[in-house]
Design a protein around this ligand. Structure first.
Ligand code: SF4
Length: 459
């Protein structure tokens, strides 16, 4: 078999998959109910070069707001596709599919209930009944998508698998892939193929492993759909750029990936600016090898960064090193040694940590924020990084909302999660410990919980 590309998928007036160029996207971080603010942010993102923009649609009343946002954008000549991000509600997904060009649904919570992390001992018969129930619940969405030409993204996240999947496969790359494959089978049974699939995790290795496994499973199944790539909850600053770039570059080097979202807890326009810098290296899209195992495409590192701005340097370095790091060929940092051309200790250490190969400081997970965020996530996550970065070995999360935050930060040691307006909840692992904390006291309360649990050290 020859190398090949993913199936072509139409999203509004753009095509992705096949040998079409890699599309870049971002997401608004203001509530869709703030219509003018959402319109303005969509325009900024499109003007910056986004091919698609996603908006979170958490509640039924937000459907009208989404309709209004779309109408205003089109009236002003912005006709590029919008994507509705929907969790928990099939009804919202069905309505959004009449308004925007693509709807993202999450197999972890579209039909199955939110995970309680309880072991379910379903018999084969009971498991199949659940699949049949899922099939029935997806039919109305498929009907609307067929009628309106809407595409669907099936977005599996490491942090939001259902109890049904967790019980059978664990919180693993395989679980993420199988959750998506169950949905794919249902869409295919209804002859619906306008699908994009994503496997996201905050851990670069889990993300890359699940995307590769998905590609293999789809190839075995006879049809490879385009993949949307992203390292979720990557955080902010250089660390986030390195994590995203390593994970995405590794996969694009193997010909996997058709659209990307770099996730930053910053102004979303920065996501587009950085994506453009880094995607320019992949102008000529590679085809994925049809037969596993995929060959290593970058076996040797022979790379000297040119003098340039920091973002471009990060992008070029990560692209050059991605395969070697993710493939674990380099197992220790030797400055000017086996990481050729990197003469900055901090940068080298950051790269090794992002690849999960050497831990030199605390690891921070933070979501980019979206319409569900109810507090100053960017400021608080920066303050958390500043205060706790010396706590080597700890994983600390700062998440925008209590709806998805706790699940998505499942492997963090401590967390600060948005709750009511300008308030957060402090978590120890998966357990909420202090509720109703004003955001101004978030760092202090987080420090108290870390100290109470014996993990605090002076700088
Ligand atoms: S965790 Fe963050 S990005 Fe995810 S839904 Fe909540 S606020 Fe939005």
């Amino acid at each position: 078999m020859e190398n090949s590309f993913a199936q072509e998928v139409k999203i509004g007036d753009i095509l992705i998959g096949s040998n079409h160029r890699i599309a870049i996207q971002s997401m608004t971080n203001v509530p869709v109910g703030e219509i003018q603010a959402s319109v303005n942010q969509c325009k900024q993102l499109f003007d910056a070069g986004a091919d698609l923009v996603r908006l979170s649609v958490p509640r039924m009343p937000d459907i009208d707001s989404l309709r209004e946002v779309k109408k205003k954008l089109v009236a002003d000549g912005y006709t590029k596709p919008l994507v509705a991000d929907v969790h928990f509600s099939s009804q919202i997904a069905e309505e959004c599919a009449r308004i925007v060009e693509k709807v993202r649904i999450n197999p972890g919570n579209y039909i199955d209930k939110r995970a309680n992390f309880k072991e379910l001992n379903l018999s084969e018969h009971e498991y199949n009944l659940e699949l049949e129930k899922m099939h029935d619940r997806l039919l109305p969405l498929i009907k609307v998508c067929n009628e309106y030409g809407t595409a669907i993204r099936i977005g599996s996240n490491h942090g939001s698998l259902s109890d049904r999947i967790l019980s059978r496969y664990g919180n693993t790359a395989k679980g993420m892939v199988e959750a998506a494959m169950e949905f794919i089978s249902i869409f295919e049974a209804e002859n619906f193929h306008n699908l994009v699939i994503s496997m996201k995790a905050s851990n670069v290795k889990v993300m890359t492993e699940s995307c590769e496994l998905l590609n293999r499973r789809m190839a075995e199944n006879g049809m490879v759909y385009p993949q949307h790539l992203g390292v979720t909850e990557a955080g902010s600053g250089n660390d986030a750029r390195i994590k995203s770039c390593l994970g995405i570059a590794y996969l694009l080097n193997k010909g996997i990936g058709d659209t990307i979202r770099v996730s930053l807890t910053e102004n979303p326009v920065n996501e587009i600016t950085f994506s453009k810098k880094f995607i320019s290296e992949f102008g000529e899209k590679k085809a994925y090898p049809a037969e596993p195992p995929y060959p290593e495409l970058l076996d040797k590192v022979n790379f000297t960064p040119k003098p340039q701005d920091a973002e471009t340097a990060i992008a070029e370095t990560c692209i050059a090193l991605a395969n070697n790091l993710i493939g674990k060929k380099i197992t220790e940092v030797k400055i000017n040694g086996n990481i050729v051309g990197i003469d900055n200790d901090d940068f080298a250490a950051d790269i090794m940590q992002a690849a999960g190969l050497a831990i030199s400081k605390a690891e921070f997970i933070s979501c980019p924020g979206c319409g569900r965020t109810n507090y100053d996530l960017e400021r608080i996550s920066e303050a958390v990084k500043h205060e706790f970065s010396h706590l080597k070995g700890l994983k600390i999360a700062t998440m925008g909302c209590v709806v998805n935050g706790p699940g998505e930060m499942a492997d963090a040691d401590y967390g600060c999660v948005g709750s009511t307006k300008d308030h957060v909840i402090i978590y120890k692992g998966q357990t909420p410990v202090i509720r109703d904390v004003p955001q101004e006291n978030a760092v202090e309360m987080l420090k108290k919980v870390i100290t109470d649990n014996g993990d605090w050290k002076e700088k």
